[in-house]
Design a binder for this molecule. Structure first.
Ligand SMILES: NC(=O)c1ccc[n+]([C@@H]2O[C@H](COP(=O)([O-])OP(=O)(O)OC[C@H]3O[C@@H](n4cnc5c(N)ncnc54)[C@H](O)[C@@H]3O)[C@@H](O)[C@H]2O)c1
Length: 276
């Protein structure tokens, strides 16, 4: 079992929500923290909350920016030592109608939700293998990365890719030899403000639909945000699950049973489609 004490964890989207829940849990387990995010105010708040428990450094980083990723990685390792726990977690949600989607929206969603993960891996994986201290990588996907749930084409595309990437990464003999485990976090509903935060940040260039349709979309989005707080598990429960999964080197971290029936239906359809 991997010993968390004294290791350095790099958490993208670490200022709010699930990233903060993971940070809290790791802090109590004795890890040093590098929290990175684009939300400067929330980063400062997280630092104040956690700095009495462990050493915490915060960095403003847009996960789409590869050069900044590299310089942030250097700064983190200079201050906190080699990163051996990597959390590619930053992400945005949203279920835009297929009729609204344009290239800017594809680039924005995939840039954060998929390339953010890829950029984290490209930056840290070679360092983690080289420094020989083992470690663990957790990529945040979603229940929508396991089965189509109606979460939107952009979101679902990005999250399926993160599951595939993580499953393949875990097969890597180089990672196994280096003692680096891989998990993929697939929550359905966690009580965070991701819907509002994403809505505010989403490029507004999407195709304008008739007013009635736009109104319906806005109502659905508001409802989705409310449902996260009404039915979602807490970020601290997710933090506990993530820590356990790291210690057990579990591949999937599924935080609730929301997608159970859809997963069963999909799995059956796949099996039924196999030639006899
Ligand atoms: N909350 C849920 O129900 C839920 C369900 C499934 C998957 N997820 C996934 O969990 C991850 C975390 O989501 P959350 O619910 O904690 O959301 P959140 O909005 O509470 O936290 C996400 C954090 O990522 C940051 N962020 C956004 N864009 C960024 C960028 N370009 N660069 C750096 N940081 C950026 C935000 O500022 C925020 O602090 C996401 O990948 C999300 O898709 C969440």
């Amino acid at each position: 079992m991997i010993d968390i004490q004294g290791r350095t964890a790099f958490i993208t989207g670490g200022a709010n929500g699930i990233g903060l829940g993971i940070a809290r849990r790791l802090a109590h387990a004795g890890a040093k923290l590098a929290l990175v995010d684009i939300d400067e105010v929330a980063l400062a708040k997280a630092k104040v909350e956690l700095q009495d428990i462990t050493q915490v450094e915060t960095f403003i980083l847009d996960v789409r920016d590869r050069d900044a990723f590299l310089s942030t990685a250097d700064a983190v390792e200079c201050t906190l030592g080699p990163v051996t726990l990597l959390f590619n977690n930053a992400g945005v949600a949203g279920g835009d109608s297929v009729m609204k989607i344009n290239y800017e929206l594809w680039d924005w969603y995939l840039g954060i939700n998929l390339y953010g993960v890829i950029n984290g891996l490209q930056t840290f994986l070679p360092r983690m293998v080289k420094n020989g201290e083992g470690g663990h990588i957790v990529n945040t996907s979603s229940g929508a990365g396991l089965v189509a749930t109606g979460a939107g084409v952009l979101y679902t595309t990005s999250k399926f890719a993160v599951v595939g990437l993580s499953e393949e990464l875990r097969l890597s003999s180089e990672l196994k030899a280096a003692g680096i485990g891989v998990s993929v976090l697939c929550p359905a509903r966690v009580a965070t403000d991701i819907i509002n935060r994403s809505l505010e940040a989403t490029p507004k260039s999407g195709v304008k639909l008739p007013d009635e349709v736009e109104k319906k979309i806005a109502e659905n989005v508001a409802l989705a945000g409310q449902m996260l707080h009404q039915y979602g598990v807490s970020i601290d429960v997710v933090g506990d699950m993530v820590l356990n999964a790291i210690q057990e080197n579990a591949l999937y971290i599924i935080t609730d049973c929301e997608a159970e029936e859809l997963i069963k239906t999909r799995s059956k359809a796949l099996l039924d489609a196999l030639p006899n």
